[in-house]
Design a protein around this ligand. Structure first.
Ligand SMILES: NC(=O)c1ccc[n+]([C@@H]2O[C@H](COP(=O)([O-])OP(=O)(O)OC[C@H]3O[C@@H](n4cnc5c(N)ncnc54)[C@H](O)[C@@H]3O)[C@@H](O)[C@H]2O)c1
Length: 501
């Protein structure tokens, strides 16, 4: 530590030792550093007697208060001891030199503290002493690094997309109102210089400077989007308009995460992008399905009228770690039920088919689409088709030793009989197709839900008793407890009112 204080300006800090009047009010672990700086070795080389009542330096959140600085008038004599005699010698010289010396001190303290804090951070990280270690990120030249906005980036899909963009070396801004988003999904990036989390509702406008916008903000699972259908409609309509307005203003390219739900209960199988769909406009799912349909309409209206560069992904069922434990869909329901040894509940006979893609594949598809020249809607999904019953059996097999029985409940309203993407467009224009086998993705998802269960105890995935996740964090960016209570109040739809798949 003595070596760090050997050059000229630093000696002013050292001088404080001689005066015996240095004090620092700092927070650990930097206190040791500043104390050491204050008691270090060499003498002051600019020896002009002076007296400041107080010098305050603030750097990197460290507040250093130097109560008094006493210096000798003559050059090269070192610092005084603070005796009354020296106080007298101060008259006349202090004011003249104070500004210059103050600059030297301030600069030097900043410099020293900065260097030491950086070194300590690096040492902490290397030694794993609780210093924050971020996942690795690529270094992109300024010309290639984009600032990317991800709305809904604290949610399931959004947080995986954030991971990809950060790993590629971009700057990422997440805007999320934390309705179904969880801070822990992005906690590993908080504090990274390329990452920012803004708690904000997209129904309200926001002004940002960005190059690309991935617009995901919208509750995606039936229990969540049916919890407050009017809010879901507002999110899809006003939220999308706000983001399009932003894209237009800053000339950003914008991608909307639409959904296979725009096909409704399809009469064509598998569903190509050219299919216009079969949606019940007044059914329980309409707030979501029609909301996404009109959001797509808005995307192309802004493109045609205002030349906004748009991309539309129609996403089919996606699963993976960070799914919301009570998202109420078939993957999470079955896994949670199997892990807890509870009955695996199938609504109807279980002959309805679904296809499931792993979230990593989806993220690859989204980034490829965003960075392609293709502006029309693109299906992103895994065409591998399972009946719901087959899927329940597969989950039971993967949760080894699960004693769960498979039971049937009454079918739910407007439940599509078949759902399978035609991904020819994605293959042709993006060179994309899913790579992760469903089994492999399911194993990772089972491991994730196992750890969620360890954290939260019992999980009740759907219905009025649906498990409310533990408040994720104590940080200021968390939603308030009242807000969470509001979200998971007893008004949650009952299981039989809730469309599950
Ligand atoms: N997961 C799927 O299988 C699937 C299928 C089709 C489409 N999608 C679409 O992908 C997107 C992400 O879905 P997900 O599965 O990650 O869902 P999710 O619920 O985990 O994520 C949605 C995120 O949006 C946030 N959000 C909701 N309303 C908001 C608002 N008004 N303002 C700001 N933030 C808001 C939520 O807090 C959450 O973080 C959604 O647009 C969804 O419609 C998902």
């Amino acid at each position: 530590m003595a070596r760090m204080v050997q050059h000229r300006g630093a000696s002013m800090v050292n001088a404080l030792r001689g005066s015996g009047r240095a004090s620092s009010s700092v927070s650990s672990p930097y206190a040791a550093l500043l104390t050491a700086a204050a008691v270090g070795g060499a003498a002051l080389t600019v020896g002009v007697a002076c007296l400041w009542p107080q010098l305050i330096e603030e750097y990197a959140g460290i507040r250093i208060v130097v109560k008094k600085v006493r210096c000798n008038r003559s050059r090269g004599r070192g610092v005084g001891t603070g005796s009354k005699n020296e106080d007298k010698s101060d008259k006349g010289g202090g004011d003249a030199m104070s500004a210059a010396l103050r600059d030297v001190i301030q600069h030097e303290i900043s410099h020293q503290v900065h260097e030491r804090v950086n070194a300590m951070n690096k040492a902490h990280q290397a030694a794993g002493w609780g210093g924050k270690v971020f996942p690795p990120t690529a270094t992109l030249p300024e010309s290639q690094r984009m600032r990317v906005l991800v709305t809904g980036g604290a949610g399931f899909v959004g947080s995986h997309l954030v991971d990809r963009l950060m790993a590629e070396g971009h700057e990422v801004i997440v805007v999320d109102n934390m309705f179904t988003g969880r801070k822990k999904n992005v906690a590993h990036w908080i504090g990274h210089p390329h990452f920012m989390l803004i708690v904000h509702d997209v129904v309200e406008p926001i002004l940002l400077e960005v190059d690309q916008i991935y617009h995901l903000a919208c509750p995606a699972s039936p229990p969540h989007y049916q919890y407050n259908p009017i809010k879901t409609i507002k999110t899809s309509t006003m939220g999308t308009l706000n983001m399009l307005g932003l894209a237009k203003r800053v000339r950003a390219r914008m991608l909307l995460t639409s959904t296979s739900e725009v096909y409704g209960d399809p009469q064509i199988h598998p569903q190509p992008e050219s299919y216009w769909g079969n949606v019940n406009p007044i059914g329980p799912r309409a707030c979501y399905d029609e909301g996404k349909r009109v959001a797509e309409t808005m995307m192309y209206a802004y493109h045609n009228q205002s030349s906004v560069d748009v991309r539309v992904a129609r996403i089919f069922n996606t699963f993976g770690p960070r799914m919301h434990p009570n998202d109420g869909r078939v993957v999470s329901n079955f896994i949670i039920q199997a892990l807890q040894g509870k009955d695996i509940t199938i609504y109807g006979e279980g002959h309805q088919t679904r296809s499931f893609q792993y979230v990593e594949d989806l993220v690859t598809g989204l980034t490829k689409l965003m960075n392609s020249d293709y502006g029309l809607p693109v299906n992103l999904g895994n065409p591998e088709e399972y009946t719901v019953k087959e899927f329940a059996l597969l989950v039971k097999e993967l949760v080894v030793g699960s004693p769960s029985a498979i039971v049937h409940m009454p079918a739910t309203k407007d439940d599509p009989a078949k759902r399978k993407p035609d991904i020819q467009v994605a293959t042709d224009v993006l060179g994309w197709q899913p790579r992760v086998p469903v089994r492999e993705g399911l194993s990772k998802t089972v491991a994730y839900f196992r750890s969620e269960l360890e954290d939260t105890g019992e999980i009740v995935p759907t219905g009025p008793d649906a498990t409310r996740p533990k408040p994720c964090c104590s940080n200021v960016l968390s939603p308030s407890r009242e807000y969470e209570d509001h979200l998971y109040a007893e008004t949650m739809p009952a299981a039989d009112e809730t469309r599950l798949y």
